[in-house]
Design a protein around this ligand. Structure first.
Ligand code: AHG
Ligand code: MN
Ligand code: MN
Length: 337
C-alpha cells in the first residue's frame, strides 16, 4: 500500500477505529471532524486578533463569575454549532454555559456527550500569548435508550472518557488527542487547512527540568506544596529546575507533556478547592497525561477517579512526570493532606 505522504487527524482516527473496532461506524471520526472544523474556525480568528474585532471583553460574566472575552463567545459558538450538527451528539456541556445543552432528543442517535472549555487561557488573548481549547468525550452506554438526562449523562468520572484532547493555538496550531491508545499530535497546515500527524505516540519523560505554578499564591498553598517547591529550588529534587508559567493550562501542559516536569494548581486562599474545573480541564488533561505515561492527582487521589457532583466543580490539579508528582505526593502524605 502506498506509504502515506501525510496522515490527517480524521484519517488517523478512522484507522484507529478500524483497528480497535472493526465494525466501527465511522461515527467517532465524524465527531472528531466537528472538533477539527470548529477549532480551525477559532484558529483563523486568533491569527487575525487585532485585525478583526475578537479581542477584549464581551461585556458579560459567565457562570464562573469571570469576565467573558469575545473569543470565548466565538469559540463556544463554533463548538456548539460544529458539534451540534454532527447527528451523533446527545449532550454538549461547556464552561460558558451554566447547564448542559441537549442536542439530539433521540437517545439512539445521540450517543456521544462532549464537554469542553472552548477557550482556555482567556486572560492571555489580549497579550498575544498561546491559548487553547480542551475537550472530553463520553459515550452513553450502548443501547442506552433511557431519555437523555443532561445531568446524569454528563457527570461521570474521568476513567469513563472514551477520548480527550486539546488544541493549542501557539506558534503553530496543534491538535493533541487520545482515544485510549496513546497520545497523538497533529499540526494544522494552513496551506491546505488540515491537521497533519506530526507527533506519533507522544510520551511524557519520567522526569523533567520544569516546574509550573503561579508563585504569587505561594503564601496560601498547603504546607506540603511549599516544602516541595523549596526542595526543587534547593536542588533536593536531584536536578536543577527552571520555573515556567504561561497561565494557559493547555500551553503549560503541552510543555510538560513534551519536556517533562510538573504543573501545579494547588488549593489557594481564593480557590480553596483549586481553580481548575474537573470536567473540562482536569479530566481531559489527566486522561492525556496517563496515556502518555505521566500522572495527574488532586494532591490525594487520581483525578480520573473523582466522582463529579457538578459540571463546573473545581479541583486542585497536579499533573506531570512520575518522578516529580510522586515526590510531591510523598511530601503531602507526610503532611496528612
Ligand atoms: P480559562 O481561561 O478557561 O478560564 O482558564 C484559565 C485557567 C488555566 O488556563 C490556567 O492554568 C489558569 O486559569 C491560570 O490561573 P491564574 O491566572 O490564577 O494563575
Ligand atoms: Mn480553562
Ligand atoms: Mn475557558
Amino acid at each position: 500500500m502506498q506509504e502515506d505522504v501525510f496522515l490527517t487527524a480524521e484519517q488517523h482516527i478512522q484507522n484507529e477505529q478500524q483497528r480497535s473496532h472493526p465494525h466501527a461506524s465511522g461515527d467517532f471520526s465524524w465527531l472528531l471532524s466537528g472538533i477539527a472544523l470548529a477549532t480551525k474556525v477559532v484558529a483563523a480568528q486568533i491569527r487575525r486578533a487585532g485585525l478583526v474585532d475578537v479581542v477584549g471583553s464581551a461585556g458579560t460574566t459567565n457562570v464562573q463569575g469571570e469576565t467573558v472575552q469575545k473569543l470565548d463567545v466565538l469559540a463556544n459558538q463554533a463548538l456548539l454549532t460544529c458539534l451540534g450538527n454532527r447527528g451523533n451528539v446527545g449532550v454538549l456541556a461547556s464552561e460558558e454555559n451554566e447547564e448542559p445543552v441537549v442536542v439530539l432528543r433521540d437517545p439512539h442517535y445521540g450517543k456521544y456527550v462532549v464537554i469542553f472549555d472552548p477557550l482556555d487561557g482567556s486572560s492571555n488573548i489580549d497579550v498575544n500569548v498561546s491559548v487553547g481549547t480542551i475537550f472530553s468525550i463520553f459515550r452513553r452506554e450502548d443501547g442506552d435508550t433511557a431519555p437523555l438526562d443532561p445531568a446524569a449523562d454528563v457527570l461521570h468520572p474521568g476513567t469513563q472518557q472514551v477520548a480527550a484532547g486539546y488544541v493549542l493555538y501557539g506558534a503553530s496550531t496543534m491538535l493533541v488527542y487520545s482515544t485510549g491508545s496513546g497520545v497523538h499530535g497533529f499540526t494544522l497546515d494552513p496551506s491546505f487547512g488540515a491537521y497533519v500527524l506530526t507527533h506519533r505516540n507522544m510520551t511524557m519523560p519520567d522526569s523533567g527540568p520544569y516546574y509550573s505554578v503561579n508563585e504569587a499564591n505561594l503564601a496560601s498553598f498547603p504546607a506540603g506544596y511549599t516544602r516541595f517547591l523549596a526542595a526543587l529550588r534547593e536542588g533536593r529534587g536531584g536536578r536543577n529546575y527552571s520555573s515556567r508559567y504561561v497561565g494557559s493550562l493547555v500551553a503549560d501542559f503541552h510543555r510538560t507533556l513534551l519536556k517533562g516536569g510538573i504543573f501545579l494548581y494547588p488549593p489557594t486562599g481564593r480557590y480553596d478547592k483549586g481553580k481548575l474545573r474537573l470536567m473540562y480541564e482536569a479530566n481531559p488533561i489527566a486522561f492525556l497525561a496517563e496515556q502518555a505515561g505521566g500522572m495527574a492527582t488532586d494532591g490525594a487521589r487520581r483525578i480520573l477517579t473523582i466522582e463529579p457532583e457538578g459540571l463546573h466543580q473545581r479541583t486542585p490539579l497536579v499533573v506531570g512526570s512520575r518522578k516529580e508528582v510522586t515526590l510531591l505526593m510523598e511530601m503531602l502524605a507526610g503532611d496528612g493532606k
